[in-house]
Design a protein around this ligand. Structure first.
Ligand code: TXA
Ligand code: MG
Length: 320
């Protein structure tokens, strides 16, 4: 069900044939770990909810944090996010490199809802590592890639670490060496004042020098969770009733495993009860039901595997 059980994980090098193989796996929705200049990333096609769901399953993430979408260059980034003047200056100064910019989602952007954890913003980074660069060019799509370590463990900086943690659970690992060893610096550029969401590979002083101003600090969790701090915080308008045995009159249904009686107002996250499929549908279906219903009954969802993250997100969405 929610486990990604594979018989073997391909170990790949950085030559053209191996990069082409990795790109093929990624375009087909698989998981490939690859080196970046900061840490190893656990990559998936950022435009596919289904591929991104596999990242959370493999990492054992307790919640759906928004992920960084890696792109080949500034032009590719501009198709996904809207750059303020400050964001443009930072990109010019530090890309390619260990800097991530959180930007308002661009019109027609393709980074999927699950990679953004349902937010209307997107975290973008152009890595400088030659292997990451070649991979992004070969895939031709943004790659969602959190650090390649199980949830709650330190980030992986060697292919051997990644192999210890993920052998048999991801499709391939590209060998290579990282350089920085800590994750990228994340700067939120959603308002006129850029804020430091996560310290990382580009020092604060270097960023302040480009901006000509002091950087404000915001804990990333606070920024993501506290409505109002981020204009783009996603919370449904509809009232959510969790763990519902049945739908009450007037309620739409967010179903799982065919629990509710089917109907025009019911969307089933996974009729066959697959939690990875359910995670892939979660944000899109919530939005669709929220668009024209004031109340949504949510069927019981098992708390195992990705179910824990799904239930965590639903509980947050139900608080009003
Ligand atoms: O160095 C790195 O950045 C590594 C390598 C692999 O590139 N990647 C990495 O990705 O650390 P990830 O997905 O683990 O970083 C996710 C963090 C979130 O925890 C959150 O702090 C921030 O990025 N983030 C992503 N999207 C966001 C958004 N829309 N709003 C605010 N913060 C966001
Ligand atoms: Mg991490």
């Amino acid at each position: 069900m929610e486990r990604t059980v594979l018989t073997s994980t391909l170990m790949l090098g950085a030559d053209a044939a191996d990069i082409a193989k990795a790109a093929e796996i990624l375009r087909a929705g698989g998981l490939v770990a690859f080196p970046t200049e900061t840490v190893f990333g656990l990559g998936a096609d950022a435009t596919s909810d289904r591929a991104v769901a596999k990242i959370y399953a493999a990492k054992g993430r307790p919640a759906f944090n928004p992920l960084i979408a890696h792109v080949a260059d500034r032009a590719a980034a501009e198709r996904q996010g809207r750059f303020s003047a400050a964001a443009a200056a930072l990109a010019a100064a530090f890309w390619p490199g260990p800097l991530t910019l959180v930007l308002p989602l661009a019109e027609g952007a393709r980074v999927c809802a699950l990679a953004r954890a349902g937010l209307d913003s997107v975290a973008l980074r152009v890595p400088s590592h030659p292997v990451a660069q070649r991979l992004l060019a070969a895939v031709g799509r943004p790659l969602a890639a959190p650090s390649a370590n199980p949830s709650g463990r330190v980030s992986a900086v060697t292919a051997a670490h990644v192999r210890e943690d993920f052998a048999g659970r991801i499709d391939a690992i590209i060998e290579g060496a990282v350089d920085v060893g800590v994750e990228s610096t994340i700067i939120g550029c959603l308002t006129e004042t850029p804020v430091l969401l996560r310290p990382g590979g580009v020092p604060r002083e270097a960023i302040e020098a480009v901006l000509g101003a002091r950087l404000e600090d915001v804990a990333p969790d606070a920024a993501i969770r506290a409505p109002g701090m981020l204009a783009a915080h996603y919370a449904p308008r509809a009232r959510l009733r969790l763990n519902a045995a049945r739908r009450e009159p007037g309620e739409a249904g967010l179903d799982f495993g065919g629990h509710f009686t089917p109907g025009a107002d019911v969307l089933d996250l996974s009729p066959r009860g697959d939690l990875v499929e359910a995670a892939a549908h979660l944000f899109a279906y919530l939005r669709r039901l929220d668009a024209d219903h004031a109340a949504i009954a949510v069927a019981p969802i098992p708390d195992a595997g990705l179910g824990e993250a799904i239930n965590d997100r639903l509980k947050r969405a139900a608080v009003r």
